[in-house]
Write a protein that binds this ligand. Structure first.
Ligand code: NAD
Ligand code: AKB
Length: 322
């Protein structure tokens, strides 16, 4: 019998894309989208959607029972910049949201759980270039601390209770289906909307801040691949490093200038600069490549041309809607 997936945090940047991809793969009725807020994206309306607060364990249990859910993707969290503004809320949501799912998975013997970690688990004492899978981890952000603690809990539940939890340390993700909110890497999405609208952008990170980034399509493929891999291939139960590409705001602006003549960028770093400065510049993802065959497909040039084309298409469709 086909298993059923529950996505918590489905109205967010990753959630929308993951629901679309999983529904294509497993059938619309087998993928239940859920979030605190109603789906804004039209794409979420072609299958089951439930309002679920990830902090409400009873509600999650009742949705799991109602649909016969076999695997859960727990995406609900506050991102890095918002977490700095609301540390209590971030700690509560990021930790207790995860605990609820790990406990439910243990009790109901769910087949699998996916929970995303982040490059924010690393800190200023971590080697910055080609950051290894196993290295010094002393995050200095509220968000990074919550993700590192989450990783330790995932491994604990796997070892103590056999919960089959799988996780990726996503870099900054860049997609065109939704606008970002609350992250330090958001500039690399925002920039495309401003470039198309008025050929200008003011970056909140400095020109030479090199960060690991990834096209959303690659991140979704990584997520589906790790979840589909045989359990014995998943040797790391904290979270896997995965890499796509690395670039600076200046390099991204230069690539955009090849498509938008006269594009101008200025720099006005804010509090997010110190978060970015504490994160790696590039990531060594050799364990993910070795264990379950990870390989990214996008580079900076294909990322930029795809983002510009897709956002233009979206804007055009919006204008044509009566
Ligand atoms: P997002 O902010 O776009 O989406 C999060 C979603 O969670 C939102 O739709 C929000 O309404 C929902 N949510 C918030 N509180 C909730 C609650 N109590 N119950 C149910 N839903 C709730 O975030 P995203 O970019 O899609 O990120 C998803 C996950 O991936 C997060 O755990 C994030 O830390 C991780 N991640 C994201 C990135 C990235 O670049 N986007 C990078 C690394 C890790
Ligand atoms: C953020 O900037 O908070 C996220 C992340 C790298 O986790 N994009």
């Amino acid at each position: 019998m086909q298993g059923k997936s529950l996505i918590i945090g489905a109205s967010g940047q990753i959630g929308i894309e993951l629901v679309i991809a999983l529904r294509k793969l497993r059938g619309e009725s087998n993928v239940i989208a859920s979030d605190l807020r109603d789906p804004v994206a039209e794409e979420l309306k072609n299958g089951p959607f439930e309002i679920v607060d990830t902090l409400d364990r009873k509600r999650i249990e009742s949705v799991i029972d109602q649909y016969g859910i076999t695997e859960v993707y727990q995406l609900a969290a506050l991102l890095s910049a918002t977490s700095e503004k609301f540390p209590d809320k971030a700690w509560n949501l990021n930790m207790n949201g995860l605990f609820n799912i790990l406990e439910i998975a243990k009790e109901k013997k769910l087949e699998k759980v996916f929970w995303p970690s982040s490059i924010a688990v690393f800190g200023p004492t971590t080697p910055k270039d080609s950051t290894p899978q196993f290295t010094i981890m002393e995050p200095t952000s509220v968000y990074g601390i919550s993700k590192l603690a989450g990783e330790r809990w995932c491994e604990y539940y796997y070892q103590k209770f056999g919960v089959d939890v799988r996780s990726l340390r996503y870099p900054g993700l860049i997609g065109f289906r939704s606008e970002p909110g609350g992250g330090t890497t958001d500039y690399a999405v925002d920039i495309f909307y401003h470039a198309i609208e008025n050929a200008r952008y003011s970056s909140f990170l400095s020109a030479n801040t090199m960060l690991p980034m990834m096209m959303m399509e690659d991140a979704i493929r990584a997520t589906i691949t790790i979840m589909g891999a045989p359990a014995e291939k998943i040797a790391i139960r904290s979270s896997y490093n995965i890499a796509g590409m690395s670039f600076t705001p200046a390099q991204l602006a230069a690539e955009i200038s090849k498509h938008i003549v006269g594009f101008r960028m200025d720099y006005s770093p804010d509090f997010r600069q110190s978060l970015a400065d504490s994160w790696p510049s590039s990531i060594d993802d050799s364990y993910a490549r070795r264990d379950w065959g990870w390989l990214p497909s996008y580079h900076l040039d294909s990322l930029v041309s795809t983002m510009l084309a897709e956002i233009r298409k979206k804007k055009l469709a919006h204008c044509e809607t009566p």
